[in-house]
Design a protein around this ligand. Structure first.
Ligand SMILES: [Zn+2]
Length: 434
C-alpha cells in the first residue's frame, strides 16, 4: 500500500516534469561541463536564470534554440577586462564572455561605479579596490585633489569615460615614483577597507606601474589582504622573475591569496619557470594562480613607467616594435617622444609565439584577455581572446583539447573568484542549478 503511494507520487512528479515548459530550451547541442567533464549531446531546459534540466528527452520551451552541431558551454569569465563600457561589453559578449571583470587595476569610486552599472550592463561586472589609485590619493600632497575628485563624483555620479582624465594624470602621476610614509600607508589601507565594504572583489596591485612603492609597502598590502580574507591581483614589478618572485614570497609569508596577471608579458622568455613555480606552489596548498592572453603583443599607455629609460634593453625591442593604437603606425625615435609627451595607448610587439603556446597549454593558466578600453584600433585581445584560443590553440595548433580550453575560460576563473563572490559557486558550470 505504502509502496503504491510512493509510485503514484513518483509518476505524478514525472508527469509534471514532462509537461514543464521552460523559458528557454537549447536542444541537441554538445553539452560540455568543464567541472565534471560531462560531454554528450543533450537538451538543456532553463527557467529564469537557472538551468533546471539537462536531458536526452525532448523538452518544450517558449524559446527553443537548435544547437545541433554546436557546443553548449558556460559563458566565459574574463578576470582582466579594462573595457567596462557597453561598447566594450558588446565585443566581449560576441567573444563568448558573460562576465568581464576589472581585477588588475581595480575600479576608482567603486560604490558609485556599481551604482552606474546597475541595470545597464549587458554582461556581469565587478572589480577590485585599486591600490595604485588609492595610494596616490592617500598621500598628504594629494589629499586636496582627492577630495575634489570625490566631491565631483558624488555630485555628478560616475561617468564611464574621462572620469579621472587630466585631473588625475597631471596631479597624481608623480605619485608613481614617490615613497609613502607609514601614516600614508595606513590611510591607504583605511581607503581599501571602504572599497571592500562596497563590494570590491579583492585588491588590484599593478605595482609594475608605480616603482616608488617599496617592497615593504607592498608586503603590507598582502598582510592587509590576508587580514580581510581577500585576494590580491597583481601586475608585478618590472619584467622577468624577480617581480613575480616578490609577489609569490609576499603571498606565501603573509598567507594571502594572489593572482599573477598576464604571466606571458611579465615572464617573457622565462614563462616556463613562472608556471612551474605557480604549479609547485599549488601543490604545496598555496593559493597562487595566474593567467595568460593568447597574443605576442602587449598593450598599455606610452606615458607609463614601463617606457622609462632602459625599456629597449629590458624588453629587447626598439621603436619600430611599438604601434600607435589610434593610427596603427609604427613609431620611430622622433614619434616615440612626441606621443609619450601627449600620452595614449600603444601596442607592443615583444613576445615570441613559443612563449604564448607554452603559456596557453600549461595546466595552471587561466585565460584572461587584458582587453583594453574600447577603441577602433585597439589590440585584438580586446575583442578576440577567447575565439583565438578556440580557433588557433584548440583547432589549428592542437596545443590543448576543447574541454581543457573551456576549463581555463570558465570553471578555473569561477573558482578563483569564489573566495569573495559566492555566486561564482554556480557559474562557470553547465549543470542543473547553474
Ligand atoms: Zn597589466
Amino acid at each position: 500500500m505504502k509502496l503504491n503511494k510512493i509510485l503514484l507520487i513518483m509518476s505524478i512528479s514525472t508527469v509534471l516534469l514532462q509537461s514543464q515548459t521552460y523559458d528557454i530550451v537549447i536542444k541537441n547541442g554538445r553539452v560540455m561541463d568543464p567541472e565534471t567533464g560531462f560531454d554528450s549531446v543533450r537538451n538543456v531546459g532553463i527557467l529564469g536564470d537557472r538551468i533546471v534540466e539537462i536531458s536526452s528527452k525532448a523538452l518544450s520551451g517558449a524559446i527553443v534554440v537548435n544547437a545541433k552541431g554546436l557546443v553548449v558551454s558556460p559563458g566565459f569569465i574574463d578576470l582582466h577586462a579594462h573595457g567596462q563600457t557597453n561598447d566594450a561589453h558588446k565585443y566581449q559578449a560576441r567573444d563568448g564572455v558573460t562576465t568581464a571583470l576589472e581585477m588588475e587595476g581595480g575600479v576608482a569610486f567603486y560604490r558609485e561605479w556599481i551604482e552606474s552599472k546597475k541595470g545597464n550592463s549587458i554582461v556581469n561586472y565587478g572589480g577590485t579596490a585599486p591600490h595604485g589609485f588609492l595610494r596616490a590619493t592617500a598621500m598628504d600632497s594629494n589629499l586636496k585633489i582627492a577630495k575634489k575628485m570625490a566631491n565631483k563624483v558624488k555630485k555628478d555620479g560616475y561617468k564611464e569615460d574621462g572620469l579621472l582624465g587630466k585631473l588625475f594624470d597631471e596631479s597624481l602621476a608623480s605619485a608613481r615614483y614617490k615613497l609613502m610614509s607609514q601614516k600614508e600607508i595606513d590611510r591607504s589601507h583605511d581607503m581599501m577597507d571602504i572599497y571592500l565594504n562596497a563590494g570590491a572583489l579583492g585588491i588590484g596591485v599593478p605595482v609594475g606601474y608605480y616603482p616608488g612603492a617599496t617592497a615593504g609597502e607592498i608586503f603590507q598590502v598582502y598582510e592587509f589582504a590576508k587580514s580581510k580574507d581577500v585576494p590580491v591581483y597583481t601586475h608585478t614589478r618590472g619584467f622577468g622573475l624577480p617581480g613575480l618572485q616578490e609577489a609569490m614570497a609576499d603571498a606565501t609569508t603573509s598567507g594571502a591569496s594572489v593572482h599573477l596577471v598576464h604571466a606571458n608579458s611579465m615572464s617573457l622568455g622565462e614563462i616556463e619557470t613562472t608556471l612551474s613555480m605557480v604549479s609547485s606552489a599549488q601543490k604545496l596548498g598555496l593559493d597562487i594562480t595566474t593567467e595568460v592572453y593568447p597574443y605576442t603583443a602587449a598593450s598599455t599607455s606610452i606615458e607609463s613607467t614601463i617606457f622609462d629609460e632602459g625599456w629597449k634593453e629590458i624588453l629587447n625591442i626598439s621603436y619600430k616594435d611599438l604601434q600607435w593604437e589610434a593610427t596603427g603606425e609604427r613609431l620611430n625615435s622622433k614619434t616615440f617622444y612626441e606621443y609619450r609627451k601627449k600620452g595614449g595607448i600603444i601596442i607592443i610587439h615583444m613576445m615570441k609565439p613559443k612563449w604564448i603556446t607554452q603559456g596557453v597549454s600549461h595546466p595552471v593558466t587561466i585565460i584572461a584577455s587584458d582587453g583594453m578600453p574600447f577603441a577602433p584600433g585597439a589590440h585584438p585581445r580586446t575583442a578576440g581572446t577567447f575565439s583565438r584560443i578556440l580557433g588557433k590553440y584548440v583547432r589549428k595548433e592542437r596545443a590543448i583539447d576543447l574541454m581543457t580550453a573551456l576549463k581555463k575560460m570558465t570553471i578555473m576563473p569561477a573558482k578563483r573568484l569564489e573566495m569573495t563572490s559566492p555566486m561564482m559557486r554556480n557559474k562557470g558550470r553547465l549543470q542543473v542549478g547553474a
